[in-house]
Design a protein around this ligand. Structure first.
Ligand code: DC
Length: 226
């Protein structure tokens, strides 16, 4: 617990495709801590909007969905996600859900509406939080902060391979331009833009294997007595 009696938080921020979801999951498993996939929350609001025919520009209606949606994440990876009892984990991971999430995530009122829900994940013995603004806005008092980067080309290649392995047909140039558009939107929005916290350790995962990133993360945690 910290000096305010709150469980500790480790934040892992960065653009999509840098491996932050994988690192967050491995770390949470290793520490036996809770995990928050904050991107999934934005994706789920987008999905709820589609299911309810809510316009992606209607901030008030989106906030209503964000406050009232009943979401359950299973604790086992790669877990199921239900929205009002309906299994939506497949839909959540689609490229379209990511693109819609990125659009609606620029709406300040929606970010505010999701804040308490994110804070509620902070439970003992600790939380690993994955997102874009975990270390800067949502958990600025985190004990240890990481920011993962990699070039857009590397991230597009990784995503291409993942989708090919799942036999989803995609074009590499198309993926690259989607990633670049999403980076641009996420980094230039007025509220909580994608950027490293001042006290975050920045790791370029481009040339590294997952285990090498984990080794750097473990070393950093050790230096914070974690
Ligand atoms: O991490 P992800 O790809 O699932 O996130 C989907 C989108 O949600 C991302 O493009 C931007 C938005 N997002 C955000 O604005 N803040 C977060 N903490 C997490 C995600």
């Amino acid at each position: 617990m910290n000096d305010k009696g709150l469980p500790p938080v480790i934040t892992i921020d960065g653009p999509s495709g840098t491996g932050k979801g994988t690192i967050a999951q491995l770390l949470a498993n290793e520490l036996h801590w809770h995990i928050l996939d904050s991107g999934a929350l934005y994706r789920i609001v987008g999905i709820a909007a589609m299911h309810n025919r809510v316009d992606a520009n209607d901030a008030q209606a989106l906030c209503g969905l964000a406050r009232n949606m009943h979401v359950e994440f299973s604790s086992v990876f790669p877990g199921s996600i239900t929205l009002h009892g309906l299994e939506i984990s497949g839909e959540v991971r689609l490229e379209q859900a990511g693109a819609l999430a990125s659009r609606i995530a620029a709406i300040p009122q929606l970010r505010a509406a999701l804040l308490q829900r994110q804070h509620d994940f902070r439970q003992a013995p600790g939380l690993v939080a994955d997102g874009r603004d975990m270390g800067t806005v949502v958990f600025p008092d985190a004990v240890c902060k990481f920011f993962l980067t990699a070039s857009a080309e590397t991230r597009a290649q990784r995503r291409y391979k993942q989708l090919k392995d799942k036999e989803v047909s995609v074009s590499l140039p198309g993926l690259l331009s989607d990633i670049q558009a999403r980076d641009e939107r996420d980094s230039t929005r007025a509220v909580s833009p994608l950027k490293p916290a001042k006290d975050a350790l920045i790791i370029d995962t481009g040339p590294l294997a997952i285990e090498q990133v984990m080794a750097i993360v473990r070393q950093e945690l050790k230096s914070h007595q974690l």
